[in-house]
Ligand binder design. Structure first.
Ligand SMILES: [Zn+2]
Length: 146
């Protein structure tokens, strides 16, 4: 289990977009179960409210808020899964230590290339949620092979 300070965690996130003002809504993490890259924008597009996003980003997979909740833990569909660090399966590899010493399990920050790819997709496609999951015109979620 890797343990890092909150400050180092924040630095890893900010390093996803070097040389620019940190686009907070695009800072991305990776679900340890399904490998899906997800950011605040992913959750906003899945119509998760701001307060919930603050609580669950990096802790519960985006799939819990889309139809990917039916995906099994560990299933790599590219659209998310039902995994949460609050559940029975402990798959995470990272613990973030806050200044008061409290330890919080967390999804790992995405690699810069992954975070940038997700942002590009979000900029290109207003219905994109994660790399391969989209919102259809009728408001439902679906898995895009494109
Ligand atoms: Zn997942």
């Amino acid at each position: 289990m890797k343990k890092i300070t909150y400050k180092d965690f924040a630095r890893l996130l900010c390093d996803q977009f070097p040389g620019e003002d940190t686009p907070e809504q695009h800072l991305a993490v990776v679900c340890p179960s399904c490998g899906t890259v997800q950011s605040e924008t992913s959750f906003t597009r899945a119509e998760v409210d701001e307060e919930t996003i603050y609580r669950v980003l990096g802790f519960s997979c985006i799939g819990r808020y889309t139809d990917a909740i039916e995906a099994q833990v560990g299933e790599k569909t590219g659209r998310g899964c039902s995994y949460t660090l609050g559940g029975l399966f402990k798959l995470h590899t990272l613990v973030v230590v806050k200044e008061d010493g409290e330890e919080r399990p967390s999804f790992e920050p995405a690699a810069p290339a992954q975070a940038q790819e997700l942002r590009l997709l979000h900029q290109r496609d207003p219905d994109a949620i994660t790399i391969r999951s989209r919102r259809s015109p009728d408001g439902r979620f679906f898995f895009s092979k494109a």
